[in-house]
Design a protein around this ligand. Sequence first.
Ligand SMILES: CC(C)(COP(=O)(O)OP(=O)(O)OC[C@H]1O[C@@H](n2cnc3c(N)ncnc32)[C@H](O)[C@@H]1OP(=O)(O)O)[C@@H](O)C(=O)NCCC(=O)NCCS
Length: 172
Amino acid sequence: MASDRFIVEPLGEQHNRAAFRCSDHQITNYFRRHAFANLQIRIANAWIIRDRHTDLIVGFYTLSTASTDFGAIPEQFTANLPRYPVPVVLLGRMGVDRRYERQGFGTRLLIDALHCVYWQDVMAVFGMVVDPKAGVREFYTQFGFVPLTNDPQRLFLHLETFMDSRSAPPSL
Ligand SMILES: CC(C)(COP(=O)(O)OP(=O)(O)OC[C@H]1O[C@@H](n2cnc3c(N)ncnc32)[C@H](O)[C@@H]1OP(=O)(O)O)[C@@H](O)C(=O)NCCC(=O)NCCS
């Protein structure tokens, strides 16, 4: 993936949403019809990867604030956590255009989302949650997402654990 060819940027009015088509028609439909409108009314921000050679939108994700019950957080992450609702970010929708599938762009999008959320200083975010489509669960679990205890359909990733795992020195 040539790094200067693909750029991550916020979705804007100038982008050609109609040309985007991923393998899930609901997600395609969401992106074409609702993604821009939803960012305008500030309920979900959308970020894209764009191919500078073709100007096609390679993939996108959306983020919104959310909250999770304390009791839903898996026990291994609850040390020092007060028994209040826990601030999380919702990865609402994500998709990669069919022409670019299985080339690492989904991974790049997810990691970009996690880094953006982790390194911003405006608000505290404990983890990321996602409601994966049928058959896509393994895409998320490979990064360490685990089921919430009260809602196993919803997956959770503890941000600090994820970042620690990325910065760990390679084992000898
Ligand atoms: C899921 C999706 C975003 C993955 O994007 P991608 O760019 O193809 O993913 P990557 O190339 O980064 O995949 C990396 C690894 O994730 C795993 N993976 C990828 N797609 C997967 C899927 N659909 N299900 C399970 N595991 C998957 C594979 O292990 C893959 O490695 P491999 O290609 O060497 O086998 C993309 O397939 C997509 O847009 N699907 C339709 C929309 C959708 O379902 N979105 C998710 C909604 S929750």
